[in-house]
Design a protein around this ligand. Structure first.
Ligand SMILES: NC(=O)c1ccc[n+]([C@@H]2O[C@H](COP(=O)([O-])OP(=O)(O)OC[C@H]3O[C@@H](n4cnc5c(N)ncnc54)[C@H](OP(=O)(O)O)[C@@H]3O)[C@@H](O)[C@H]2O)c1
Length: 278
């Protein structure tokens, strides 16, 4: 059933409009082929809801292959953001060749994973972009310790997008990375938007725990039904974030996450309320 509930945002100055909620694949899609139907169901749920951005990497084991097989005929209606993760240019090219097989002969956003050998990898990635097999280039890092280096890549103007961690416990990007991305017109994807499962529901105040009806008043006041939705809305309430990519292995969570991809967004008081209970 097509619901199309996820809002679109400009992806910096790239010319893309992207769904504000997509799907990460770390761990959740690194599964044996007999789990393909379950992965496909998650992908279909997101696509039905309009969450058509999918993130992967050669670092994630079987995830790229499972994602490619899950997309099937929906590949043309989706955006694939994957990565190159190796010090070796030859190995990087081999990773790209495999991706062309998985993703129908092109990669929409090719990112240098954790900035590994970024100058050498971007040299050939730029040529692939010229040739039309890659549409946009990007860079990712999971650690604030690498943000000086990330800034250097951003200022090089060789990339059109970044992927950074953003959630109430990881906010370093607010200081320099997000303002710089805005100045440079870069697209911004937020990894770990629900904190990689860091917050345990049973440790939160009782009034924040519920996922069933009736929705607890505190969550209802934030316009959401679940803690994960509150976290996604917290993230997307900063307009400098263009897309969040929560990973999930569950169809119900995929729908929940998509539902958080539409306004109204949280104001400062609502964001602070959530921060105060985590
Ligand atoms: N260096 C990098 O480039 C880098 C680093 C880290 C991450 N990433 C990318 O960012 C993506 C997201 O980060 P992440 O996977 O670390 O963390 P995350 O998306 O913040 O958290 C994933 C966890 O949250 C749970 N979850 C998701 N939706 C939920 C919901 N509605 N309700 C309850 N639980 C929910 C999932 O469990 P269930 O399966 O039970 O839903 C999963 O265990 C990755 O998958 C990857 O694609 C990139």
């Amino acid at each position: 059933m097509l619901r199309r509930i996820v809002e679109l945002r400009d992806f910096g100055a790239s010319g893309w409009r992207v769904p504000v909620v997509g799907l990460g694949t770390w761990q959740t899609f690194d599964v044996a082929p007999d789990r393909l139907p379950a992965a496909r169901a998650v992908v279909e749920a997101l696509i039905d809801d309009g969450g058509t951005m999918f993130d992967s990497s050669p670092m994630y084991g079987r995830s790229e292959a499972i994602l490619g097989a899950s997309l099937g005929g929906a590949r043309d209606r989706s955006l694939v953001a994957t990565k190159i993760w190796t010090r070796s240019v030859d190995e990087g090219r081999a990773q790209f060749a495999a991706q062309l097989q998985y993703f129908g002969g092109r990669v929409d956003l090719e990112q240098v994973h954790n900035l590994v050998a970024w100058e050498a990898q971007l040299d050939w990635m730029e040529a692939e972009r010229e040739a039309g097999r890659i549409e946009l280039l990007g860079a990712t890092h999971y650690s604030a310790a690498a943000f000086d280096e990330l800034e250097r890549v951003m200022r090089s103007r060789r990339i059109q997008a970044i992927q950074i961690p953003y959630n109430p416990a990881e906010r370093t990007v607010e200081k320099r990375i997000l303002p710089l991305a805005q100045d440079l017109g870069l697209g911004v994807i937020a990894m770990r938007p629900v904190g990689s499962g860091r917050w345990r529901l049973d440790r939160l105040p009782r009034s924040f725990r519920g996922t069933a009806e009736p929705v607890p008043r505190e969550l209802a006041d934030l316009g959401v039904r679940t803690l994960a939705q509150a976290l996604l809305k917290w993230c997307l309430s900063d307009p400098r974030i263009h897309c969040v990519i929560p990973a999930t292995s569950r169809v119900d969570h995929a729908h929940d996450n998509a539902e958080a991809g539409a306004g109204p967004w949280l104001d400062r008081r609502q964001r602070e309320l959530l921060e105060s209970v985590l």
